[in-house]
Design a protein around this ligand. Structure first.
Ligand code: R7I
Ligand code: MG
Ligand code: MG
Length: 338
C-alpha cells in the first residue's frame, strides 16, 4: 500500500522534475542538483512544475481502472482522446497525436486500429505505452494480469512489439518492486530477464528483432556488476531516447545503480532522490526515464521516501497519493466483498 503510493507519486515527480531537461544532449550534474535544490525553497509556489503527457495519460489509465473496476479498452481510449483534446499542449509525441485524434471519432469501431495504422502499418516503437504502464502494476494482484493488461493498454497507441513489450517490462518492474523484489537486486534483474524471455518468445516480436529487451537487460546486468560506470557508457549501452527499447531498460538500470549512495550525488539524498537526479543527468528523454524509474523506485522506498517539498512543487502529485490508495482498495479487497 505504501509502495503503491510511492510508485504513483514518484512517477509524477519524475515527469515534473524531468521536464526541465527533456531533449537536452548534455546535462551537467550541477544543473540537476540546482534544479532539485530549488524545490526545497519555500518561495516556490505549490504545483509550479507542470506534468506532461506521461502523467496526463497515466491519470487516464488510473481513472479508467477505477471507474470500470477492470480493464475496459473503449473507456480508456475515450479518456486518452478526451484528455488530449482538453490539453493538447502537454508535450505528446508527434506521431501519437494522430492516434489520439482518431480515437475521438464516434464512428470508430475498433479502438486498436488507429495505433495499427501508425508508421506505415508498423506501429509506434515509442515509450508512450511504457510511460503510463505503472497503474496496471498497482491494480492487478497477479503478474499474468499485469502483463496482459499493460500490453493491451499500450496497444491503444503502440502496436509495434517494441512499444508494447516495453510497457510490459515497465509494469512488471513496478509490480515486482511493490513486492519487495529490489531487496535482492541480482534476483530482480534475473527474474525480469526470464519473464521477458517468455514475453519475447513470440512470432510478432521476432519479426521486429531477436529478443531485443532481453539483450538490453543483459547489458543492465553487466553494468550493475561494474564498480565505476560513466554517464556516457550508460547512454551508449542502454540509450536515453524516446524508443521504449532505449529508455525502459535505462530506467531500470538507474533504479538499480542508485540503490547505494553514489559519490557524485549528495549524501543528504535518499534512494529516490538519487534515482531521479541520476535519470536527469542522463539527458535525452529525461521526463519519461525519470517517470518510469520513479515508479519502480517509489514502489521500493514507499511514500516515506518521497520528499514532501517535492510533492508540493509538482502538479498532480497530491492526486497521485489518493489515486494509489483508491486503486489499492478497489483491487485488493477480499473476494467475498466484490
Ligand atoms: O511514444 P509516444 O507516446 O511518445 C512518448 C514521448 C515521451 O518522451 C513523452 O514524454 C513525449 O515527449 O513523447 O509517441 P509516438 O509519436 O508514438 O512516438 C514518439 C516518436 O518516436 C515519434 O514521434 C517518432 O519520432 C518515433 N517513432 C518512430 N519513428 C519511425 N518509425 C516511433 N515509432 C516509430 C517508427 O516506427
Ligand atoms: Mg512527456
Ligand atoms: Mg518524454
Amino acid at each position: 500500500m505504501m509502495g503503491s503510493e510511492g510508485a504513483l507519486v514518484a512517477a509524477v515527480l519524475g515527469d515534473c522534475v524531468g521536464g526541465e531537461f527533456e531533449g537536452a544532449e548534455e546535462v551537467p550534474l550541477d544543473s540537476v542538483l540546482k534544479h532539485l535544490d530549488s524545490l526545497d525553497e519555500e518561495a516556490k509556489g505549490s504545483g509550479i512544475l507542470e506534468y506532461s503527457d506521461d502523467t496526463a495519460m497515466a491519470r487516464c489509465v488510473v481513472q479508467s481502472l477505477l471507474t470500470r473496476a477492470g480493464f475496459d479498452e473503449q473507456d480508456m481510449a475515450r479518456r486518452f482522446a478526451k484528455e488530449y483534446s482538453a490539453s493538447p499542449g502537454r508535450g505528446y509525441g508527434s506521431g501519437v497525436i494522430q492516434v489520439l485524434k482518431k480515437l475521438s471519432s464516434p464512428q470508430l469501431r475498433d479502438v486498436y486500429q488507429p495505433a495499427r495504422d501508425q508508421f506505415n502499418g508498423r506501429g509506434s516503437f515509442g515509450n508512450g505505452g511504457a510511460m503510463r504502464a505503472s497503474p496496471f502494476a498497482l491494480a492487478f494482484p497477479d503478474l499474468s494480469d499485469v502483463k496482459r493488461f499493460a500490453r493491451l493498454g499500450a496497444m491503444l497507441t503502440h502496436s509495434c512489439s517494441l512499444g508494447y513489450n516495453g510497457a510490459i517490462l515497465q509494469a512488471m518492474a513496478v509490480h515486482l518492486s511493490l513486492h519487495g523484489a529490489l531487496e535482492l537486486p541480482q534476483q530482480f534483474i534475473s527474474r525480469l530477464i526470464s519473464e521477458m524471455e517468455e514475453v519475447e518468445d513470440d512470432e510478432l516480436t521476432r519479426m521486429d528483432a531477436d529478443k531485443p529487451f532481453c539483450e538490453r537487460l543483459h547489458r543492465v546486468r553487466d553494468l550493475m556488476g561494474r564498480n565505476k560506470v560513466s554517464i556516457e557508457e550508460v547512454i551508449s549501452e542502454l540509450g536515453n531516447g524516446i524508443a521504449a527499447l532505449h529508455s525502459v531498460p535505462t530506467a531500470i538500470f538507474c533504479v538499480l545503480h542508485c540503490l547505494q549512495p553514489r559519490d557524485c550525488l549528495p549524501v543528504s539524498y535518499g534512494g529516490l532522490e538519487r534515482t531521479l537526479a541520476y535519470c536527469l543527468a542522463l539527458g535525452g528523454d529525461t521526463d519519461t526515464i525519470a517517470c518510469m524509474a520513479g515508479a519502480i523506485a517509489g514502489a521500493h522506498y514507499g511514500i516515506e521516501g518521497v520528499p514532501q517539498a517535492w510533492i508540493r512543487c509538482c502538479e498532480g502529485a497530491e492526486d497521485a497519493v489518493m489515486s494509489a490508495e483508491r486503486l489499492y482498495m478497489l483491487y485488493h479487497r477480499p473476494q467475498h466483498m466484490n
